[in-house]
Write a protein that binds this ligand. Sequence first.
Ligand SMILES: Cc1cc2nc3c(=O)[nH]c(=O)nc-3n(C[C@H](O)[C@H](O)[C@H](O)COP(=O)(O)O)c2cc1C
Length: 407
Amino acid sequence: MTTDHRARDPYSQLADTEDCGLRILRRAVDAAPNGILITDNTRPDNPIVYANPAFERMTGYTAGEILGRNCRFLQGDDRDQPGIAELRAAFTAGGTATVLLRNYCKDGSLFWNRLHISPVRDDQGALTHYVGIQEDVTREREEEAARRQLLEIVETTPDLVVITAPDGTILYRNRSGLAAMGLSGTAPEPGETLEDLLAPWARQRLREEGLATAVREGFWQGPGALLDSGREIPVSLVLLAHYDGYGEVERLSAVMRAGDSAAEPPSAASSQAMYREIVEAAREGFDRMRREDTGPGFHRLPVDSSGDIAFLDPERVRFFQAEGNYALAFTERDHHLANLSLADLERRLESRGFLRSHRSYLVNLDHVTTLKTLDGQTYLVMDTEQGDRVPVSRRNLDTVRTALGLA
Ligand SMILES: Cc1cc2nc3c(=O)[nH]c(=O)nc-3n(C[C@H](O)[C@H](O)[C@H](O)COP(=O)(O)O)c2cc1C
């Protein structure tokens, strides 16, 4: 007869649970995205007795190379840091500390380490170990510095910069821009919108053309006018749409430059000159078209590269990237500014196997070799020599998959 000893011995059950708990904890520490170190406080100079894989990845050292050493080797010769003194004090007092340190990887490259250390005591309260959690915050610091620099630029530029919610409610406007335009007021009134700042005709243009284009293409540029106590201030206006990870508009920003020539409607004379140039460029282009290809299978796409009309073979165009109200057509050798918006191109090329993968990319599906997902973003890998990658927005992912027969 077999006896289930666990039924009689409650301690064995506990031991099993503890074992299992320890295994789970060990797995969690091994799999943690942050670096984790354990040091042995009972041995001279507090050596490292455990380093998790994330620590190895972060520093380039293998656990075998660092076990038995004090962690200070990560500081190299860069020992004059306020965080080190803080650590020493916490360590001497048997307490915790969170500090920011300059540390160095095995290859000598610098990384910013946000380090937290805390003591581990045994049942008698004696300090036996220390646990350290390391987070590489280098990228965060670089991004923060870039954000600060950008804000400094925005806070000094004479352009008026207005950032709004998708419904146009103003969230931010720069003081230097307001001052340069001779406008008063600092903080926007609650609920004040971008339209409230504009002259009626500029408001209408924004509503009818600017907003829709910016939301669709990411960018719109056109003339506008601010309204200040009944006085119109002509501006050239650039409207940008900022999207979230799902391709939805998260913010809009308007950059307005005072008295820019682009703000004024073109004079009759310059309109005529422009018109003549266009007609001439078109005529020249059509002559070339006749010379180069007269067959019935003619399917070339005329694009206008700074007044020069070029004809591209859609079969050989890789993709188009929106630039303002225009698009860029990339061929094997160069790229051309197409005098069509990405949306127009999409309509014209849809039947030829082109598909919008992302708000700024129109892709010829014949040139897609595979789909790849990195850090949650899916890309189409193209058959170029460099294996160019074109992002796919989440909104378009299913359509792209279906078109590639991967659904
Ligand atoms: C658990 C633990 C983890 C540590 N991790 C690091 C680390 O990642 N980088 C670092 O520069 N120092 C780290 N230190 C700090 C150094 O080991 C040392 O305490 C510090 O340099 C101050 O002492 P010192 O003046 O003797 O060097 C850690 C300390 C402990 C206890």
